[in-house]
Design a protein around this ligand. Structure first.
Ligand code: GLP
Length: 238
C-alpha cells in the first residue's frame, strides 16, 4: 500500500487527477470504477479540465459506479446517477451506454456479470465513510460480499443527511458493490480528507483487518494508493 499525505484537499485532488489521467492514458479502453460523495468532487472537476484540454478521452472507457441509493428516482437530485452526470459524465465524451450503476432489479448479480464480461475493473476510485465503510459496505459486511442490497448504518444516514432537505428523506437502503468485488479491482485509489475521517483512516490502514472496519480489507490488496490530507492522516502512526 502506498500512502501519500498532502497539505490540503486541493493537493489531494490534483494528485488524484494526475493518477487517474495516467491510468486512462495507459488504458483508454479500460474499466474504471467511480465513487460518489463530496470527496471526489474536485477530482472530477479537474478531470473535466484535463478532458477539455484534450489530454484525456473517455470515449472508449467503460464506467462502473460503486453504489446507488434504493428508493430515489434515477433523476432525483441526490441519486448517484445524477451526481455523476452533474460532476463528470455530463461534461466529458463518455458513451452513455458505457455508464453502469448497480441496480437492485432485476437482480444485483447482473452487475457482477457485467464487470466480469468487461474483463474486470482496472482502477477503482474509493472514498471512505466516517465509520470505515467503502461503497455502502457498512461495518459487519463480509469480506467475501458481492454486489447486493444493503441497509445503511444509522451513522451513514446521519452523515448523508446534509445532502437532503431532512434526515427523513435519506434512503435507508442502497445497492453496492461488495467488498470482494472491490478487492478484485486491479488497482485501487482511496481518497480521504478532513478531520472526520482521521479515525476511520487509522483503523482502515493500521488497525486489525476486520469486517467491523470494512476499509481494513484494503491492507490485503496488492495495489492500493491512498491519498490523504493532513487532517485525515492525523490519527496515523507515522
Ligand atoms: C457515501 C458513499 C461512499 C463515500 C462515502 C464518503 O455514503 N456511499 O462511496 O465514499 O459516503 O462520503 P464523503 O466523501 O461525502 O465524505
Amino acid at each position: 500500500m502506498v500512502i501519500e499525505c498532502f497539505q490540503d484537499y486541493e493537493s489531494v485532488s490534483s494528485r488524484a487527477a494526475e493518477l487517474v489521467c495516467e491510468a486512462i492514458s495507459e488504458n483508454p479502453g479500460g474499466v474504471f470504477g467511480f465513487a460518489t460523495g463530496s470527496t471526489p468532487e474536485r477530482l472530477y472537476e479537474l478531470l473535466v479540465t484535463h478532458y477539455q484540454r484534450g489530454e484525456i478521452s473517455f470515449d472508449r472507457l467503460t464506467t462502473v459506479n460503486l453504489d446507488e441509493y434504493i428508493g430515489l428516482a434515477i433523476n432525483h437530485e441526490q441519486s448517484y446517477a445524477t451526481f455523476m452526470q452533474h460532476h463528470l459524465f455530463g461534461h466529458v465524451n463518455v458513451q452513455p451506454d458505457s455508464i453502469h450503476f448497480p441496480a437492485a432489479v432485476p437482480d444485483p448479480s447482473v452487475f457482477e456479470q457485467l464487470i466480469q464480461n468487461k474483463g474486470g475493473i482496472d482502477l477503482q476510485i474509493l472514498g471512505l465513510g466516517s465509520n470505515g465503510h467503502i461503497g455502502f459496505n457498512e461495518p459487519g459486511s463480509p469480506f467475501d460480499s458481492r454486489t447486493r442490497v444493503v441497509s445503511l448504518a444509522p451513522s451513514t444516514i446521519q452523515d448523508n443527511a446534509r445532502f437532503f432537505d431532512s434526515i427523513e428523506d435519506v434512503p435507508h437502503q442502497a445497492v453496492t458493490m461488495g467488498i470482494q468485488t472491490i478487492m478484485e479491482a486491479r488497482k485501487i485509489l482511496l481518497l480521504a480528507c478532513g478531520p472526520a475521517k482521521a479515525d476511520a483512516v487509522a483503523r482502515c490502514l493500521q488497525g486489525p483487518q476486520t469486517e467491523d472496519v470494512p476499509g481494513s480489507c484494503l491492507q490485503a490488496h496488492s495495489d492500493v494508493t491512498v491519498l490523504l490530507d493532513e487532517a485525515a492522516s492525523s490519527g496515523l502512526n507515522k
